[in-house]
Design a protein around this ligand. Sequence first.
Ligand SMILES: *Cc1c(COP(=O)(O)O)cnc(C)c1O
Length: 405
Amino acid sequence: MSDIYLDNNATTPLDPRVLEAMLPFLKGSFGNPASASHKFGWGAEEAVEAAREQVGGALNAAGKDIIWTSGATEGNNLAIQGLARLPGERRRHIVTSPIEHKSTVEPCRFLAADGFEVTWLRPDPTGRISAEQVAAAIRDDTLLVTVMMGNNELGTVNPVAEIGAVCKGRGVLFHTDAAQAFGKIPIDVERMGIDLLTLSAHKLYGPKGVGALFARRRGPRVRLQPFMLGGEQERGWRCGTLNVPGIVGCGAAAEIAVREMPEEAVRLSRLRDRLWSGLAARLPEIRLNGNGDHRLPHTLNVSFAYADGDSLMAHLSDIAVSSGSACTSASVAPSYVLRGIGLSDVAARSSIRFSLGRFNTEAEIDRSIERVAETVIRLRRMNPACELARREATALGHDASAPPP
Ligand SMILES: *Cc1c(COP(=O)(O)O)cnc(C)c1O
């Protein structure tokens, strides 16, 4: 039997339909969209502009509000640093949270070391930031609020429309990292009061190395300081010859995802809930990390008491998942996101993220349930602390299904 891929929040396979759309631009249609004087350039430009409309359309934005990037890391950096570095900008305060993706956390930390003040809002135990918290944090010199739409480790979805309304009311720009949410849940930048939004193609069955930043041109008009100079592309904010095949793939990926979202979101959330209830029926002392109600349809994060996540992954060699310590895989530190919502080091290390995708089947979920359950049981048997703790809990009359202290 082949391996099962349940790590779709790390990256997704390319949808064959996206590949089909890209192929002409990897073959004969090689023109540079900036070449305004011949057909080769015109054809490429037409394709890039069509993709811009596809991505804009998926957000209820105009195509002209879309800037092509190399992905969400660049989009987050361009939004945050691009605003902060704008000549003449006097506002020096940024509002964010410590469980954002590193490509938001690190630029904010960098700015904090360079004369900016950053308010790090404390998420609730499910990983949510409230609009009230944002309202209380905004000051006269607040330049930007940046809060992600859906968390990549927990799947928790923030009340983005409420946060957007608060920002609008106070005249503060609102940026959201939608790398995980885009194409999975409905997004409307008008209704949600979003001024800047980051997305990435490879989280949505598109190619790697391409994404987009939505930057509003009116109501208000966003201005950014580019990192790179030397070209007119993308309003001068992101110069360099465009990645035409990638951009075409990003557009196709967006269009497919939005068209199929109503059925696919239901299918994925059913699979996700089947996985959770299958595990919960077989294993005592497991806990759901994240928000039961406000969650991306494809993400399930679980702590397995008395089972180390990395050992679990090592034993589950035929199932691809992420552990609560491997998300920053260069280091063995427990996940800062799980620590950030109050999990102990041990609980964070015993966590596994299952992220489902378009190509997962019910049979794969059922096989994963059996494989994970048998492996957790085996690891717990080998863990001397496990029996002891369970007997103690029973002796004290504690609920054995509660998370470990
Ligand atoms: C993957 C991811 C990113 C980074 O995206 P890249 O396109 O790989 O640079 C940023 N934010 C979130 C929430 C992500 O899941």
